[in-house]
Design a protein around this ligand. Structure first.
Ligand code: ADP
Ligand code: MG
Length: 248
């Protein structure tokens, strides 16, 4: 069956995930349409990172299914490279190569993994540096950049693979408050261009403004979800209310 854009680009159905005897995801279902921005929020330890890592195959699952553009992720005949190209991921720790410049960091995967032409990749990498608003920092080393700037290089590095979906796992959680905004602006730019984004975030202002849909997880289940207006103003589950009460 070929995937078409009127079907979910990411479809998560009744996913169960355990680490040993600890069941971390207890039947999670969630669909994302192309171009949507989805925010996943919830208390620490509720399984948000685990879920997002299942989407790009970094975690295996014990039940249910996940498809990306109609392709089953958790299957022995998965084309890992194809999935890696389709789904970009940015973490809290940006882990840039310290001895490579910002531009070299962005160029690395397309040159080394995809063996694309270096001149073409460089031209694209320069455009991506501009897109993340880091024009002029191409030759800087990570150590010369602020946390927010490094995180934007990490986003550009991920975009260099030309993904269809971007996963962001608390990408601003480790940043100084003054650089959080510039990273959120970058993600907002991407969303405005129609990039499908799945974010784990505690930035409620951002979620309210940018998300199409918000999911609240607690202890491995989605307890509540809805568009921001409904979610923030009419949350009915006591766990959601308690969480929002602490954070807002
Ligand atoms: P969140 O991102 O919502 O804070 P996580 O998905 O990181 O939550 O973790 C959910 C639960 O799974 C936690 O109890 C955590 O300790 C456990 N967990 C996560 N990764 C592993 C792992 N690799 N091995 C064992 N337990 C893990
Ligand atoms: Mg996490």
């Amino acid at each position: 069956m070929t995937w078409t854009a009127d079907q979910p680009i990411v479809s998560i159905k009744k996913v169960h995930k355990s680490f040993g005897t600890l069941e971390v995801l207890k039947g999670v279902s969630l669909d994302v349409m192309k171009g949507e921005v989805i925010c996943i929020i919830g208390p620490s330890g509720s399984g948000k990172s685990t879920l997002i890592r299942c989407i790009n195959g970094l975690n295996d699952i014990q039940g249910g299914s996940i498809t990306v553009e109609g392709q089953e992720v958790h299957t022995p005949d998965l084309d890992k490279l194809a999935l890696r190209r389709k789904v970009g991921m940015v973490f809290q720790q940006y882990n840039l190569f310290p001895h490579k410049t910002a531009l070299e960091n962005v160029m690395m995967a397309p040159v080394k993994v995809l063996r694309q032409n270096k001149a073409d990749v460089e031209a694209r990498a320069r455009a991506l540096m501009k897109k993340v608003r880091l024009e002029g920092k191409e030759d800087s080393y990570p150590g010369e950049l602020s946390g927010g700037q490094q995180q934007r290089v990490a986003i550009a590095r991920s975009l260099a693979m030309n993904p269809d979906v971007m996963l962001f796992d608390e990408v601003t959680a480790a940043l100084d408050p003054e650089t959080v905004k510039e990273v959120l602006v970058t993600i907002k730019d991407l969303a405005a261009e129609g990039m499908t984004c799945i974010l784990v975030t505690h930035e409620m202002g951002f979620a309210r403004e940018v998300a199409d849909h918000i999911y609240f997880t607690d202890r491995g289940v989605i307890v509540e979800h809805g568009p921001p207006a409904t979610f923030f103003d009419e949350a009915s589950d006591p766990r959601t209310q308690e969480f929002l009460g602490q954070i807002l």
